[in-house]
Structure formats: C-alpha cells, structure tokens
Design a protein around this ligand. Structure first.
Ligand code: SF4
Length: 724
C-alpha cells in the first residue's frame, strides 16, 4: 500500500470511529489526511479544524467544506481561547478566500510606481527577479535589505528571523500600531515578565477597565466576551460588577454598570487617587503589598499629591466618583483592574499603566482566581517594533536600503508622520507578498501573492485568553484556488536559491519547516500527536507553575503620573482625538460582509465618521450626517459627523481601518484614514510613540456627508449611562 493511501485510510478510520460514537460537529472533524480536493461526495460536508490569524487572539476555527468549497466558518469548541465562538472577522475568512480581486499570479510592475500597472509573470520569473535582486544586495552590503511584516509568532517568526540572520541584515521591522508589543514592554517593566495578562474575568466579581476595550479588540475579544458573559450570568448567586474609565463610550464601556468619562491622559492619576483612598481607608491587602515589596505607609506618603478633589478636577469627573470606585473595588473580592491601548498610548502611558496595576497589587489581585495571571502567550520578538521602524526609515531616506520585502499593508497601517511611506519610495526594489492589490502592493515592483488563510499551513500561538500554552494549527481546507504560494515557501525557496547563504535553507517546504519547528518546541513531536493536531486544530500544554507568576518589580517606588502632553496648540486645535480599531482594521475593509456590518455603537456602514458630543456639535453648528473637516498639525480629513452623547465634549473619535486608495473594489476609496492626523512626537517610551496624544479642530463643510446608517446611535447605549 502506498504511503498516501495508508495515511488516507488511517485518517478516515479515525474519523469514522468518531462519527460512529459521537454526534457533535467537532467530532466529525477530519484531518488533512484526506486532502480537501479529494473524497468529495456531493451534498456531504466535511469539517476541517484550523486557526484564524486575523488578529493576535489566535482563535480556533472549524470550516465546513462541501463539494470542495469552504462554505461556513464557526469557532472550534475544543480551542480554549474561543470555545466555539467567533467574531465577524473570523467568519469573513471565507470572503478573503473567494475575494474577486485576489491577486491570482505573480505580478511585475509595468508602469510608474503607484500607477497600479502590473504584468502577469510566472513564479519562475518572479523567483528569478527576487533572487537576482537579493544576490545584488548581498554583494553590495548585506544590511541593505529590509523585511517589514506584521508581528508573526510561532514557526513563521522563527523562519523570518533565520532568513534575515542568514541574509545578514538586522532590519526586520514588525511594527504594527495595534500590536501588543508596547503592552508586553510595559509588563516586562512592571513585573519583570513580558507575558501579557490573562484576566480571569469569569471568576471575578469586580472589573475596572481603564480604556481596555476587551469586548472589541483588546488582546482576545472573543475569549473575554465569553468570559464576561460568565461573569455576569454564569454563576447562580453572583453577578460581577463592571466599571469603565475612559472618555469614549465604546461597546465595552456601554456594557458597564458605570461609565466614568475621565479626560484623556488622566486615567493614571485617577488610579493613583483611588490607591490613596484605599490606603487611607485601610482597605488594602497587607499580605499582597508585603509579598510585592511595598510598604503601605511609605506608599501612602508618596501618593500625597493625588488627593481626590485635585485629581477629580484634573480628570473632569466628580470627586465622589473616585471615592466610590476605590471603595467598591477594594471591598469586592476578587477584583481586577485592566489598562488598554488608549491609556497606554498617551504621553504618560507607561506611568499610567503602572498606576492601574498598583491597584491590582493593593487588592491582592495578582496570580489569584478572579484576578490577573501571566498568559501563556508567545515570547515576543526582540527586534522590530517602533525603534526598528525609526532606524529603518532613516536608512531608507539615506539610500542605504536597496531592497524591501513587505508582508501585510504597512503603507496604510503605519502613520505617515513616521516618514515610512515617503522613505519607501527611495528604495530601488520593493517586493510585496500581499494577496490583494492593497496600498503597499501598489508601491511594489514585484508581487508574489501569498495564499489565503484557508489555503495555508501555519501555527498560531494566542497572545492571551488562556493560561495553558496553546498551539493552534492552520491547515489548508480547500485546494489552492489560484497560482499563489505561501510566504514561508517563498522565503525557503529564496534561501535555497541563494545557495544556503540566506539561512533557513534546510527544509524544502514550509510544511516541513512547520513540523520541525513544532517538534523543536515539544509540540507534535510524534506522528500520533501531529495527526491529533491536524484533527483537533489545537494542542494544549501544561500550565506553568510558581515561576509563571507576576511579581511587582521596582519595590515601593511610587508611580508618578505626569500630566499628559498633546501635539497641537490648544487654541488652534481645541479637541482631543481618539483613534480606535474597528472591524475594518487588519484587512477587514476589503471584505463586503464587514463593510455591510453596522458599527455596534453608531450603526454606520461603508464609511468612516467622526463622533462628536452634542454640546460641541451645537457650538460648531454641526448636525448628524454633515460633512466636516478634522484637522491636526499633521494633516486633515473630511468625513461625516455622528452626534454621539457617549463621548466627552472635549474629545472626538474616528475609527481605524478605512481610507485606502487601493485594496480591492470594496475597500478602495471608502472612508478616511485617521492615521494621517497623528504625529510621532510626545514619546510614551522607547517602544511606542503616544498615538493618542493628538489635538484637532473640527469645522463644518456642508450638509452632504452621505452617511449611511442602519439605525441611530440612540439605540446603542443606555441613556442613564451617558446621562441624557
Ligand atoms: S478575535 Fe481575532 S483571531 Fe479570533 S476570530 Fe476574531 S479576528 Fe480571528
């Protein structure tokens, strides 16, 4: 019997045994041992387990495949992160696969850069061009190569690192505005461990979120959405309480019992004022303080300037609110406090981060049921990040980079204030691995289209949402639709063509590399384990012991939160700007299901908008749907206005994800990209600038904003929460 036939039979018998004994869909899973282009029985569906890589949460998916076509995606019930649930972005992977504007074969630029004129070429020719360019770079200076990718993890992170090491270039930039890299750096500073947190939401009784939108995009939204439901309704006699501190009523904030709209950049001071109340009232957990090297008396002394009336005035909230929050938080056990990107990316974000986590230490919320633990996520990349981006931009500007390899869409997702887009134009050779003609591919000379998630192999290590080490496997669920190749395969073939000089040249295919990488990491190191991984789509490791715990570093030094600094003169630019991720980020804007999906708070479809408080709108003579101009010292955008009581009068907010000049028929020309408004100044720390520290002005242009809404924002929030 041939090996392939044997594998098919053994795989099928495993599946048959499961089908016979069980009824759930998860147990009808068949592994890739029966390839998706074979064994098609008309009318009968097969289910394949795979993983979603559309954000860092790394959820498990089950794909229903019928007649060789992927028909429907659901969450994998065996995956501990999402437990059978899935967000709309994960569901829309089907549209990514069947997108009518996918790049179906390699392309070579035939017009001016940015013109969108490309000629179809074969993979042989594409590989010849790529290797010839890289050989030239190797001769002229090995550090003249740059690789710009999203922050990969698992085997692809290893492969890209090996490839760049072999090439001899340090310029692998993994910067992403939304990546949790900054948070990882803050955790390292605070706890000596870069592990991102696992919030034990389902077991807690009080959640206090400082700008962490955990139901929408913060770390692992599907997992925390599920856990939030458990916290509220999963226990017979306990309904957990939730308070949210932040200037905009996000979907997460709208699910809270109490919304505290503090002025942007003052959240850390509010946390310290709460800490002072807790210490003054002796509501703290003495054991937790001493275990973390903090002496209550000296901490209280250090917090002298954070007296409640002063901080309340600074934050624009009632003094009584701070006192009530502090008492409720400290007397409801267990409780946990979390801090999100909109606080962390202020100029004082690092200190605010520490201030919020001090609250966890004060109430004994570290490493305990209902508190926060270190998650068993991937180790984060030591290179790349914002510092790497800044260095790369300088070198590109100086003409010291001759070839740039780009995966993803950094041209759209990196703020123009970094100079990345303008500097990239100076690089003589740019290759893109995009599967769609997005803004970055438009800036390329050569496009080597990657396969879609549902056609690809890979491993996905979730960043949060589980305390156990987890490896999710991505496997092809349909035969490749077009003449595309996986990015990993192209890197390996390039390394081999460069005679092994570029490293990563041992394995011929990315599938072999993936298997080797999993084996090295102690996952799937036997054929039986590999088959189990194929069938279930996920492998769980053992939870870490005592060593995998957070411990406050820096002892009793009191956190000090400086007043925030903002870019833009207050008179000329009187309003704060908040930008936040939407379902359209990470390529979502290209997918019509997601364009058609009404925004949860505003109900807007197929557009961008700016949220303005009714008082501010009245002062500026702006009505809902008017076209307005939002301007910062960096640039301006025109977009329709939404009059939204769920935002402070001194704050306006614009979602991210839209505003591409390419990206396929559904994304092209839809909405605006608010990243053109941001400046890279007002540094929050070495790893990330303060993206939330921009001031803007707003003026009415005309009544023709052409806003399309499915309903009205009034239906999206509880009026008692916003006080109208
Ligand atoms: S939360 Fe992220 S990983 Fe999970 S389904 Fe949504 S996009 Fe995919």
């Amino acid at each position: 019997m041939k090996r392939r036939a044997f594998l098919k039979l053994s795989g099928m018998s495993a599946a048959t045994a499961l089908l016979a004994g069980c009824r759930s869909r998860n147990e009808k899973l068949i592994p890739y041992l029966v390839p998706p282009d074979e064994g098609i029985t008309p009318g009968r569906a097969n289910y394949y387990a795979s993983a979603c890589r559309s954000c860092a949460a790394g959820c498990g998916i089950l794909v229903r495949v019928s007649e060789g076509r992927a028909k429907k995606i659901e969450g994998n019930p065996s995956h501990p992160v999402n437990r059978g649930k899935l967000c709309a972005r994960g569901q829309a992977l089907v549209q990514e696969l069947y997108h009518p504007d996918r790049i179906v074969t390699p392309l070579k630029r035939s017009g001016a850069r940015g013109s969108g004129n490309f000629t179809k070429i074969s993979w042989d020719e594409a590989m010849r061009i790529l290797t010839a360019q890289l050989k030239g770079v190797q001769v002229r200076g090995r550090d003249r190569l740059a690789l710009v990718t999203p922050p990969f993890n698992g085997s692809l992170a290893e492969l890209t690192a090996e490839f760049m090491k072999g090439m001899g270039s340090p310029h692998h930039v993994t910067f992403d505005l939304q990546s949790p890299e900054w948070l990882a750096a803050a955790y390292r500073e605070n706890y000596g461990s870069a592990a991102l947190p696992y919030y034990d939401l389902s077991e807690t009784r009080y959640v206090l979120s400082f700008g962490a939108d955990f139901l929408e995009h913060h770390l692992s939204p599907v997992h925390y959405g599920y856990a939030f439901g458990q916290m509220r309704q999963g226990r017979d006699t306990v309904r957990g309480h939730f308070a949210y501190v932040g200037g905009r009523l996000s979907l997460t904030a709208a699910s809270a019992d109490r919304w505290v709209p503090a002025r942007p950049g003052t959240e850390g001071a509010v946390a310290l004022a709460m800490a002072r109340v807790i210490l003054q009232e002796k509501l703290h957990d003495e054991g937790s303080l001493s275990a973390n090297g903090i002496q209550a008396g000296s901490l209280l002394k250090g917090l002298a300037k954070y007296d409640v009336p002063r901080v309340a005035e600074f934050a624009g909230i009632q003094p009584q609110t701070i006192v009530e929050l502090a008492k409720d938080f400290a007397t409801t056990t267990p409780a946990l406090a979390m801090v999100g990107e909109k606080v962390a990316f202020q100029s004082n974000g690092r200190a605010s981060f520490r201030a919020v986590h001090l609250l966890n230490v004060l109430v004994g919320g570290l490493n305990r049921k209902g508190g926060i633990y270190p998650a068993a996520g991937p180790s984060t990349s030591a290179t790349g990040g914002y510092a790497g981006l800044a260095t790369l931009v300088e070198r590109m500007r100086a003409g010291q980079i001759e070839a740039a390899l780009i995966h993803g869409n950094p041209f759209h997702s990196i703020p123009v204030a970094t100079g990345f887009q303008e500097a990239l134009a100076k690089v003589p050779f740019v290759a893109s691995f995009s599967s769609i003609l997005n803004d970055s591919a438009m800036a390329a000379d050569l496009i080597l289209p990657d396969s879609s998630t549902l056609e690809s192999w890979g491993d996905v290590v979730p960043v949060s949402g589980t305390r156990e080490p987890v490896v999710g496997l991505m496997q092809p669920v349909v035969a490749p639709l077009h003449d595309t190749r996986q990015f990993g395969d192209v890197l390996l073939a390039t390394a081999a063509a460069l005679n092994g000089q570029a490293g990563a040249g041992q394995q011929k295919t990315y599938l072999d590399y993936l298997k080797g990488s999993l084996k090295k990491r102690g996952a799937a190191d036997s054929p039986a384990q590999w088959n189990e991984l194929l069938r279930q789509g996920v492998l769980l490791g053992k939870r870490g012991g005592e060593s995998a715990q957070y411990r406050w570093s820096g002892g009793g030094g009191t956190p000090d939160v400086e007043p925030p600094r903002f870019v833009g003169d207050q008179k000329q630019f009187p309003l704060f700007l908040e930008t936040y991720p939407s379902i359209k980020t990470n390529g979502g804007a290209a997918l019509p299901w997601l364009q058609q999906l009404p925004d949860t708070m505003t109900t807007v479809v197929w557009d961008s908008w700016v949220e303005i408080n009714p008082k501010t709108a009245a002062q500026l003579g702006i009505a809902i749907g008017d076209l307005v101009e939002v301007a910062s010292p960096q640039g301006s955008v025109r977009l329709p206005a939404i009059i939204y009581p769920g935002i402070r009068p001194d704050l306006v907010a614009i979602p991210l994800g839209q505003g591409q000049f390419a990206g396929g028929r559904y994304a092209k020309g839809v909405g605006v990209n608010p990243l053109v408004l941001l400046q890279a100044a007002a540094e929050a720390g070495a790893t990330h600038p303060a993206w939330q520290a921009t001031r803007v002005s707003v003026r009415r242009i005309s009544p023709e904003g052409n806003l399309v809404m499915h309903g009205h924002p009034q239906g999206s929030y509880r009026s008692e929460l916003v006080g109208v």
